[in-house]
Design a binder for this molecule. Structure first.
Ligand SMILES: [Zn+2]
Length: 90
């Protein structure tokens, strides 16, 4: 009888832990969706932004990831510059 009670408690705890993990996974997925939409908003905001190198506003910027991992927008004039620095094209 005691073992049945212990077994029931164990199953209840396992179910609880499983449910908590599922919930955690669901929230992290939701956060990722929010982050993605925020990222997209940022990307649209980057349009018509000044070039990271010469500060001239350009409608057509090429985006690169620099050595620090931050995104730089480069105009057509400064594009060879970025390519010479071997920045990763985004
Ligand atoms: Zn430029």
């Amino acid at each position: 009888m005691r073992w049945i009670i212990v077994g029931v408690i164990l199953i209840a705890v396992a179910t609880l832990i499983y449910r908590m993990q599922v919930k955690k996974k669901a929230t992290s997925r939701a956060q990722r969706v929010v982050q993605m939409s925020a990222h997209r908003k940022k990307a649209t905001k980057l349009r018509n932004q000044p070039c990271s190198f010469c500060r001239k506003k350009s409608a057509k910027l090429s985006y690169y990831s620099d050595e620090n991992g931050s995104v730089v927008g480069v105009c057509q004039t400064c594009k060879p510059h970025a390519e010479r620095r071997a920045l990763m094209r985004l």
